[in-house]
Structures are given as C-alpha cells and as structure tokens.
Ligand binder design. Structure first.
Ligand SMILES: [Zn+2]
Length: 279
C-alpha cells in the first residue's frame, strides 16, 4: 500500500482542528522544525540504546516478524526500529522525524498480547508516524502556557484526542480485524485479559450508548465528565464505524470507496464535535 493512501485515512476532524490552531496561532504555531526533530530523534535513539533492548530476528523472531508485517503495509515508506523496555504497564510510544522513527514497546505487551493484538498496537504507533503527529508536541506547547489562551490549549487537547482516532485506523489496517482491534483497545485500557470478545463488544456498546444518551439530553446537570472520560468508548465507536471500509481497503477489495469512507469520517467527527461542544 502507498503511504499516501494510508495518510488518507487520517481523521478529518483532526486535520480541521490543526488548521484552526494554525490560523489562531499564526507564526507561533508549534510545528517542530527539521533540525530539532532530527536532534530529538538522535537523542532518543541514544537513550533507547542505553535503556532498552532492540528487537531483532535473532532475539525475538516472532515479535520481529509481527513488527515487520506491520511495517510492510507501508510499502517501504517508513523506516525504524522496535525497542522493548521492562514495564508492567500496557504502553508504547514513538518518536519520528519525517519517515524515520523509533518505536518503544513495554515488555508487558510482548508477554501478554497475541501477535494480532500486537499488530494493532504497533500499527497504532506507526499511524502516529504516518500522520507526523510528533511534529506537534503538546508538552512543549503547554510548557509555554503563559502565552497561550485557554481556548487554544483546549483546541490542542481536542486535537490530541482526535489524533488517537487517526492512529487507531492504522492499527486496524495492520491487524485486519475489528474484534482484534477492540480487544487490544480493551486490554490496554482495562488491564484485563481472558474476557470473551462478545462481552467486550457489549461493554463498549453500552458505554457508548450511555454517552450518546447524555449528549441528547444535555440539560441534566454538569457534563464536564463527557469531555474527559469517554475516549475509549468513542475510539471503539470510531473503529466500529470505519471497520468495514478499512478491512476492505486492506484486502484491496472493490467494495472500498473513499467517498463512503469520508462520509463515515464525517459521522465520527459529528460525535466528537458534539462532545467538544459540551463545555
Ligand atoms: Zn496513540
């Protein structure tokens, strides 16, 4: 698959938020420059070599193969290594400079997740690389918070949440199955394992329905929780809505149309807009 096709999966709401932030900030828009990104990637690489273990075909053949099956989807468009570090937390992160990146995954994920679930996690991180999310550092941005209006900071948090939905789509593209993606999402957020996928799906659906009910009756008290807590349910819904399209795109099926995909993208955007409107 071509990198630009994968980039077309980017969540439209995310791109719109970035445009709004860029317009508001003008020259102060925190887009990381080439040199700074390169230096950060180099420094991070040195840290990883010191504190983490690089996954090679010799050391961890299965994980290496899983990782490369994800990387191959990008048709050689991205280059980077996978590192593992001891941690019981289900977490992974990536830093990129252009098409180059280093991905760090916590050991608990390698120990506990199936290969397919790992594909979702790895694909999600590679999604952040494909969409160049590392260029906008929320951390750097907020450390200069004195000069930033509450409104802009709020937009940046919205963008950060929306960027997870873009990355999830690439996770699904790599693992190829909605149930796997949803199980991986559930396991990383709850820490629970061994739960039947039908129960997981029912749980996410119920959480989402409750959220939707709250949104359609916005007069019932303080809704500030709506904006901070339900991301998992929304990420689930966003995956569910886009799943048929993404799976058929992966299979190169004739059933895929970008027009249909953009319609679904708009539906997901409407959900997040409704939530973001609850201040
Ligand atoms: Zn992410």
């Amino acid at each position: 698959m071509l990198l630009k096709d994968i980039q077309s999966l980017r969540f439209g709401y995310e791109s719109n938020l970035l445009r709004i932030i860029a317009t508001q900030l003008g020259p102060a828009f925190p887009l990381m420059g080439h040199d700074k990104a390169k230096n950060l990637l180099d420094a991070r690489r040195r840290d990883l070599i010191g504190d983490a273990v690089r996954v090679t075909s010799d050391l961890l053949p299965d994980v290496y193969e899983t990782y490369h099956s994800c990387l191959d989807i990008f048709g050689g468009g991205l280059r980077g290594d996978l590192f593992v570090q001891q941690s019981r937390e289900y977490n992974a992160n990536v830093f990129a400079h252009g098409k180059k990146f280093d991905l760090l995954i916590h050991s608990a994920l390698l120990n506990d997740f199936t290969s397919d679930e790992l594909r979702f996690v790895i694909g999600h991180e590679l999604g952040h690389v494909a969409f160049e999310h590392s260029r906008f550092s929320l951390h750097d941005f907020l450390s200069d918070a004195e000069e930033i209006s509450a409104d802009t900071a709020d937009l940046m948090f919205r963008w950060s949440r929306a960027s997870e939905i873009s990355a999830d789509r690439v996770g699904l593209l790599c693992c190829g199955k909605l149930t796997t993606a949803v199980t991986a999402l559930f396991r990383t957020s709850s820490g629970l394992s061994g739960i039947d996928v039908d129960r997981i799906l029912r749980s996410f659906r119920k959480q989402y329905e409750e959220l939707e009910a709250q949104l359609t009756q916005p007069t019932t008290g303080n809704l500030s929780w709506v904006r901070t807590h339900p991301m998992m349910a929304i990420r689930f819904k966003a995956l569910e809505l886009a799943a048929l399209d993404i799976v058929s795109l992966r299979q190169g099926a004739a059933g895929f149309s970008w027009k249909g995909f953009r319609r679904i993208d708009g539906q997901v955007a409407a959900i997040l807009e409704a939530i973001d409107a609850q201040t």
